[in-house]
Design a protein around this ligand. Structure first.
Ligand code: DQA
Length: 147
């Protein structure tokens, strides 16, 4: 049976395509999800993609990921990246490989974005490549569970 991976998009990412286009580009979340699904089919894995705006919903979804049959997680925690200890603890607790992704290069932006409280418990991070951050993140996650 094909392995199942979970992709979580955090708050405001549902606004992609109209939100700060100079920073995040013109692609909508639907287009990103569709590119992820195409790559998943190519890599012969199943993926579920979900956008969640509230911290508690993300904590619950991450916390249940292993029990729900997911082998790995790709997450763009959006603004929560920079301060959510609750999401960090959920990622630490879930013990499945987790790749943190960001469309923009968070280290090249405002200083408050330079810190990721998630990075220390993620397996790795991809930041700054737009859609490719997600695609590289998915490839990395699939590689991690293929060993
Ligand atoms: C983001 C970067 C965050 O700083 C920001 O709050 C976001 C998106 C990115 O994908 O570049 O909402 O995670």
């Amino acid at each position: 049976m094909a392995k199942k991976l979970l992709v979580i998009h955090g708050p405001n990412l549902d606004l992609l395509g109209e939100r700060e286009i100079d920073v995040y580009g013109k692609l909508t979340l639907l287009q990103i999800d569709s590119a992820l699904k195409n790559l998943a089919a190519e890599l012969k894995v199943d993926i579920e993609t979900i956008q969640l705006s509230s911290e508690g919903d993300i904590v619950k979804k991450v916390g249940a990921a292993k029990k729900d049959g997911f082998s790995a997680l790709v997450i763009n925690p959006a603004a929560y990246t920079h301060y959510s200890i609750a999401i960090r603890d959920a990622v630490a607790a879930v013990v499945i490989p987790t790749v943190e992704v960001h469309l923009s290069n968070i280290y090249a932006r405002e200083e408050f974005r330079h810190t990721s409280v998630i990075a220390g418990v993620a397996t790795g991070q991809v930041s700054g490549f737009g859609l490719n951050s997600y695609l590289l993140g998915l490839r990395a996650a699939v590689e991690l569970i293929s060993k």
